[in-house]
Ligand binder design. Structure first.
Ligand SMILES: Cc1cc2nc3c(=O)[nH]c(=O)nc-3n(C[C@H](O)[C@H](O)[C@H](O)COP(=O)(O)OP(=O)(O)OC[C@H]3O[C@@H](n4cnc5c(N)ncnc54)[C@H](O)[C@@H]3O)c2cc1C
Length: 478
């Protein structure tokens, strides 16, 4: 009987656990260790943050789902992993706080991001002056603050909203873009849009970059760039774009930034939601003598090193689609896999920029929910392969992966809107697609409108169905 341990039950780990439980659960020991008792559908926190969705609709308890799939669930936070001796230590949450040891033959690290607010002084809801929508608690706090601003506007005050990235190397611009466009739509509905000033502050080289090097699509005989498309969206909504900027520190009501040309500036706000830089979770990696082997296991920002070509200069990385990992397996400890945000990408997809002050303003490579789910499936299938046949048969590099991102721009099914961004592949692959963009121009697509808002809402419902392992879950793609 093999023992498989999944640490983290977000999009990557939970997807992996469902496939593992389905294929192996009856005859092998599958354990999920997760810090939270519930799964959170993070994409819908954008709607929570404007008071248009009850946070309870974004969550469900994991235990009953795993019980159906013969997966053991441990509500515990992993604190150490001992790769030589193949065990992990967790601390039980929500009760005793006792330590628990889990032995494994295969382990998947899928612990998602540590939200590193401390990387930008003054950032974040706990120690700083900005809001966040990255966790349910933060989104509820952001909502309450947002609704206070709405109340002020109803009494005739003007309010300034700044939404975007809170660090030069943050990722997840798509979520910030969704949030600012949802605020725009929501303020119209609440009858106070004329009293609000909206700014989108971002480390992207241009609008529509989203950390994937931008997107260009064919529209009949002409090409449409992400900059043109999202620039029009922002102009239409009267949102002021501030691109090529790194937020460097925040004080009450004011964010200080630097731009590509090393100019320093500041933008004042009554409400700011800025996405922090992310890194890997603080887990100790110890060898059989108790020595710290983090240097072997993880990169300097604590993300698991896997089968990627690390350390390549940007131009070489951009020219080498095979530098991106295929099986997400650690190169030394081959029984350890990384999935979702927990694995270390070999570098950024968007062109990096360091300004004359030495400030790095580079939109980091995203690993969205869909990509995380796909990687979770690939890793789970390979572990199933290894247990059944002793070899892996699956692989999917981000330079071969299709990604669909649907950005809500107002969730209403009557007058909302959304943009569907279809990228194939996520990381430009100039070997396979020797055009200027390195993508399949037939598949790569941008579409906006009310119909896409319906799709976005359906995705919430369909994915909550899939992730609860309800009838037909396997035929719904990640
Ligand atoms: C506001 C917002 C909107 C977004 N919108 C979209 C969208 O529309 N579409 C899209 O595709 N993506 C979207 N994303 C990105 C998406 O949420 C992430 O890509 C995805 O959550 C990453 O999945 P993951 O499994 O790697 O990490 P997570 O989903 O963060 O899951 C990690 C899990 O590990 C657990 N954990 C952490 N540390 C430990 C530990 N030490 N021990 C045990 N468990 C631990 C956590 O509790 C969590 O359950 C959005 C992100 C944000 C913030």
């Amino acid at each position: 009987m093999a023992k498989v341990l999944v640490i983290g039950a977000g999009f990557a780990g939970h997807t992996a656990a469902l496939y593992l439980g389905d294929a192996l659960g009856r005859h092998h020991e599958i354990t999920v260790m997760n810090r939270a008792e519930r799964f959170v559908f993070i994409p819908s926190l954008v709607w929570v943050g404007v008071g248009r969705m009850d946070p309870a609709h974004t969550e469900f308890p994991l235990g009953p789902v795993y019980a159906k799939k013969h997966v053991r669930f441990l509500h515990a936070e992993c604190t150490e992993v001992h790769p030589d001796e193949k065990f992990a230590i967790g601390v039980r949450r929500g009760g005793s706080g006792e330590a628990v040891r889990v032995d494994y033959d295969y382990m998947i690290l899928a612990t998602g991001p540590h939200l590193d607010y401390d990387a930008t002084p003054g950032l974040g809801p706990e120690k700083g002056h900005t809001e966040s929508i990255c966790t349910p608690d933060h989104a509820v706090r952001a909502r309450d603050h947002y609704l206070e601003c709405v109340a002020r506007m109803k009494h005739g005050e003007r309010q300034r909203f700044v939404v975007g990235t809170g660090h030069g190397q943050a990722a997840c611009q798509g979520a910030a873009f969704e949030y600012v466009t949802n605020i725009h739509k929501d303020l119209i509905k609440r009858g106070v849009r004329d009293r609000a000033e909206l700014t989108y502050l971002t480390n992207e080289p241009e609008l529509g970059d989203f950390g994937v090097g931008g997107v260009t699509v064919r529209r009949g005989a002409r090409q449409l760039t992400g900059k043109e498309f999202f620039g029009a969206v922002i102009r239409d909504a009267d949102i002021r774009p501030l691109t090529q900027r790194a937020a460097v520190f925040v004080e009450p009501g004011r964010v200080h930034w630097e731009d590509y040309d090393a100019n320093k500036g500041q933008t004042e706000f009554d409400f700011a939601m800025l996405i922090p830089k992310t890194m890997g979770r603080d887990i100790k990696w110890l060898d059989r003598d108790g020595q710290d082997i983090a240097g072997v296991m993880v990169n300097p920002v604590r993300l698991l090193k896997v089968d990627a070509a690390y350390g390549l200069p940007y131009e070489q990385l951009a020219a080498n689609p095979e530098a991106w990992p295929s099986v997400y397996q650690h190169l030394v400890y081959k029984d350890i896999f990384g999935a979702g945000i927990a694995f270390a990408p070999p570098g950024p997809i968007s062109r990096p920029h360091i300004n004359a002050n030495g400030t790095n303003i580079t939109a980091a490579a995203p690993r969205t929910g869909m990509m995380s789910g796909i990687i979770g499936r690939v890793v789970a299938r390979n572990i199933i392969d290894l247990i059944h046949r002793g070899r892996m048969t699956h692989g999917e590099r981000m330079s071969e992966m299709l990604a669909v991102c649907i950005a809500s721009m107002g969730g209403s099914l009557w007058d909302g809107s959304a943009t569907a961004l279809v990228l194939y592949p996520v990381v430009p692959n100039h070997t396979k697609y020797p055009n200027e963009f390195g993508r399949d121009m037939f598949v790569t697509h941008l579409e906006a409108g009310l119909g896409v808002a319906w799709m976005k809402r359906m995705i919430h419902t369909t994915f909550m169905h899939k992730l609860r392992a309800r009838v037909g879950w396997k035929i719904i793609p990640e």
